[in-house]
Design a protein around this ligand. Structure first.
Ligand SMILES: C[S@@+](CC[C@H](N)C(=O)[O-])C[C@H]1O[C@@H](n2cnc3c(N)ncnc32)[C@H](O)[C@@H]1O
Length: 350
């Protein structure tokens, strides 16, 4: 969808644009007009994980926690534009050594109470989870981000999302000498005719050069008699190529596969006491994907201000709420600094 300048002007001066308000989000959100936000992205307190000095998260029963979250979720749907999205990051909880699957209970309930569409479950992989010494289970190092859309017409800029990734050269530097070598071996081992093998080796050499020069991000080769025939969207020309030439090469032009995984380190922000900060990097990925520059973004559990920092860096506008006055103050300071150093430390998981 194309945005006109009028779409991007937030002329409603009653909206607290680029502000973080201290208070209960369920009360504050009710002051927002319908269909005024492009994106709601947030991370509520996880069930019985820690005390933020008020607010939600310490309900006795998991169902009570989910019900409270759903009250807010309903309001999020109301304030999001018809082409907008809602992204919720929720962590899980063990009780009596039993994983409660809280995020999935929430996602199912959210779809039951509203006509939203669950577009993706994006898995945040933490490179540096809190080191723990469990004897009878593994350390959890992932959390879901659920991407809900209000309608099928949701704003989605896959090119902006792909453009922000690491450059192909960075990705390839470490293994450039090995790139494609296994395919050369497979060509030799294959039943292709000598003429077909020569063509396959030439095509493979060409695509390796493209990758090393950064023109192509990555590739896969399929060789007749060795690899399974193409399926799904690849049926057609590729099946014919394998039949007639003995091989096909699939070039990947995005610098990132459109994968539902975001991998980052857990961060701690110097001088900021918030115990559960999600990385600005993760929010940035969603901003590129789900909002145009100038869009208005709401985070009803603003915490340390990560969403606001990401918005400021990428020239989106934000509105944030947090019930804890001290966190609001820290968040404001962090946003004003914008270039504040983020240290890669072991931080507590939520
Ligand atoms: C998991 S933290 C959010 C962390 C944030 N994503 C960040 O990167 O810093 C949840 C936050 O929600 C706040 N909170 C809890 N209940 C609230 C409520 N009812 N209204 C507003 N904020 C609330 C807590 O004070 C806490 O800072």
């Amino acid at each position: 969808m194309q945005y006109t300048p009028a779409d991007l002007q937030h002329t409603d001066t009653s909206l607290p644009i680029d502000q973080i308000l201290c208070g209960d989000n369920l009360e504050l959100i009710q002051k927002l007009p319908d269909c005024s936000m492009q994106l709601v992205i947030t991370s509520p307190p996880y069930f019985q994980q820690r005390d933020y000095g008020g607010g939600m998260g310490n309900e006795t029963e998991v169902n009570e926690y989910i019900d409270k979250l759903l009250c807010l979720f309903r309001e999020c749907i109301r304030v999001v534009r018809d082409d907008g999205s809602i992204v919720f990051n929720i962590g899980d909880k063990y009780m009596d050594s039993n994983l409660l699957l809280v995020p999935y209970r929430f996602a199912l309930a959210a779809m039951e109470i509203s006509p939203v569409k669950l577009v993706n479950e994006i898995t945040w992989v933490k490179r540096n989870p809190t080191p723990r010494q469990f004897r009878r289970r593994l350390v959890s190092s992932t959390e879901p981000f659920f991407h809900f859309a209000k309608s099928d017409n949701y704003y989605y800029d896959i090119n902006a999302f792909l453009a922000q990734e690491r450059s192909p050269k960075q990705v390839r530097k470490k293994d450039s000498t090995k790139l494609g070598q296994r395919y050369f071996e497979l060509i030799t081992e294959s039943d292709l005719s000598e003429a077909e093998k020569t063509m396959a080796r030439r095509a493979l050499t060409e695509v390796i050069q493209e990758v090393l020069q950064g023109q192509t991000y990555d590739f896969r080769m399929k060789i007749r008699g060795i690899h399974a025939e193409p399926f799904g969207g690849q049926i057609g020309g590729r099946t014919l190529q394998m039949k007639n030439k003995g091989f096909t090469i699939i070039r990947m032009h995005g610098n990132k596969l459109k994968r539902d995984v975001i991998e980052t380190s857990v961060v701690a922000v110097k001088g900021n006491k918030h115990p559960a900060i999600y990385p600005v990097e993760v929010v940035e990925e969603f901003l590129h994907l789900l909002t145009p520059p100038g869009a208005l973004v709401l985070d009803p559990f603003m915490g340390s201000g990560s969403t606001a920092v990401a918005c400021k860096k990428l020239e989106r506008h934000y509105i944030g709420y947090d019930i804890n006055a001290e966190y609001c103050k820290f968040a404001e300071q962090r946003v004003s600094a914008t270039q504040g150093q983020e240290l890669r430390l072991f931080d507590e998981q939520q």
